[in-house]
Design a protein around this ligand. Structure first.
Ligand code: ADP
Length: 266
């Protein structure tokens, strides 16, 4: 498998107003094509900084990021991003269909292909009937489905998700988790999913990267060897799920205590 994402010696220091914050200390990792990798870490661990660097929105202080082999110098062409704040990421004056279609227009996709991709994406997230609605007429969970539809209609090679379900209720969150996993299994898009929810990371991912507190290092890199077919009740109550969750918690506790490496590797 070729590596879709390569992060080498990434370092990011914020410098401004006479204040220096060493946000990312030194991060190196690769994500193979089609992998679903979750990134967890305590608040202030540099998760958003890392994603902004990956998305080409923030320039690293040193080190290099490559997506599909090309160095990132601006937003990579094959990437889509879904943020937590779906309310702000959708245009209220555009219909659902127009919102999903927008990146395809920007990309220059022909009109009939665009229409086809938009309707397929809306069907994939269970919103076939909502194309003519406006985002503000929909619930939070439905708005986040629109944001997901917009991301997949674009047919990205890499999908970044930054705490996308943090603002929805527990049941909607479970539904959206299952939606994202099933879309990933169907489409095989390389996915980097940032969350501070340990259970969500283990439930969704094939791999969990645990970040230290700033200046960020990778404290642990865990292969999630759960069966691909997952279920909110059965998977979450299995012994292997509990063992993985315990290991991730162990890493987060160490991160919160300011540890730079795990004393007792699990
Ligand atoms: P997380 O997303 O894990 O909560 P962030 O990437 O937002 O972490 O922040 C990592 C560190 O960088 C924190 O110490 C934060 O205060 C600092 N930081 C983030 N953005 C800026 C900025 N624009 N200027 C200065 N410091 C920043």
């Amino acid at each position: 498998m070729s590596d879709m994402v390569q992060v080498t010696g990434l370092k990011k220091t914020y410098d401004g107003g006479g204040r220096r914050v060493e946000a990312i200390g030194n991060i190196t990792f690769t994500v193979p094509r089609s992998q679903f990798a979750c990134i967890v870490g305590p608040s202030g661990a540099g998760k958003t900084t890392l994603l902004k660097c990956l998305a080409g929105l923030l320039e690293p202080t040193s080190g290099e990021i490559r997506i599909e082999g090309s160095p990132v110098t601006g937003p990579p062409p094959g990437m889509a991003v879904v943020f937590q704040e779906y309310g702000r990421s959708l245009f209220p004056w555009k219909t659902v269909q127009q919102n999903v279609e927008l990146p395809l227009r920007v990309k220059g996709t022909a009109k009939d292909v665009r229409r086809q991709q938009v309707s397929e994406a809306l069907a994939a997230v269970g919103l076939d009937d909502a194309g003519d609605a406006y985002p503000w007429q929909l619930s939070g969970g439905m708005q986040q489905r629109v944001a997901i539809a917009r991301a997949i209609a674009y047919q990205p090679h890499v999908l970044l998700m930054d705490e996308p379900f943090a603002a929805v209720d527990a049941q909607t969150r479970a539904d959206l988790e299952d939606l994202v996993r099933s879309l990933w299994r169907t489409l095989g898009i390389t996915t980097l999913f940032v969350t501070h929810d340990v259970d969500e990371a283990v439930y969704l991912g094939e791999r969990v990267l645990v970040l230290s507190a700033s200046p960020t290092l990778i404290l642990d890199d865990i292969a999630v060897d759960l069966p691909a077919e997952r279920d909110q009740v059965d998977t979450r109550s299995s012994a292997s799920f509990a063992a993985l969750r315990a290991r991730v918690h162990h890493g987060i506790q160490a991160a919160k205590a300011g540890k730079r490496k795990l004393e007792v590797p699990v």
